[in-house]
Design a protein around this ligand. Sequence first.
Ligand code: SAM
Length: 259
Amino acid sequence: MTTGAPRMRHYKDYYSIHAQSYDELRFDSDHEVSSTVEWLLDHLEWTTESVVAEVGAGTCRYISEIELNRPGRYVAVDLNIDQLRHRPSGFLPATCGTALQLPIAAGSLAAYLAIMMIHQVPRPDVPALLLEAHRVLTPGGVLFVKTSSSWDLERRPLIPFFPSTRAVNEKRYHSITDLTETLTECGFTSEVTYRETRDLYQTSEYLKRVKGRGNTMLSFVADTEFEEGYARLVAALEGQDTYELLHHHTYILARKIRS
Ligand SMILES: C[S@@+](CC[C@H](N)C(=O)[O-])C[C@H]1O[C@@H](n2cnc3c(N)ncnc32)[C@H](O)[C@@H]1O
């Protein structure tokens, strides 16, 4: 018998199958979303008339919270229609589309948000994604990227239990130096910030998210490795009512400098 959710082989399957329960499964809790949004609103400015897009918005957790906290004109784009269908009711225009060819007019966005999305775009396509971001931004407009550096990835607490996730993540996450150099080539300046944030989970809730393979990293783990690692994790957390999850992320603020 297999423990937890089935193993997925492709992002598209993962996001469609988990769309309904995605928000309950993810390791970035409401607190993590609010903390990112607060940082963003402190560091970026736009007016009520500005257009802001989240590309790779998923179920729109981040952009819907931004919309609640600052007036503006918002749009969400994602490759996966099932994810967008589960966005909060009444929330903003959402369009199915790819970051490589956006259904957005040139020079129209004050800000473009790419939150835990860019690692899912293969490295050879990253320049095309950045040039497309450059096309849709106004001069001086900002591209915000939330991602994980190799340093951040090394600190993911589930690596000792599911060791194959290390190589999967090293392969798919782009190096920060590479991203900033490519940003420069594509007409942006960039500033990099490292952040550590904390989530306090009930242990049972944390285990439930692990068992449901609450991120794509876990979806790639073979069933036998998963069952064995999950049993070790349950044993390691035995007797603990709560579990403090440390998140390590890297934020890039990139500004369009020429048209
Ligand atoms: C880890 S989820 C993040 C969702 C959302 N930003 C959040 O943090 O809750 C990554 C999302 O990026 C989307 N995605 C991946 N590649 C994409 C692309 N080339 N264009 C648009 N969306 C993409 C996936 O469908 C998925 O919904």
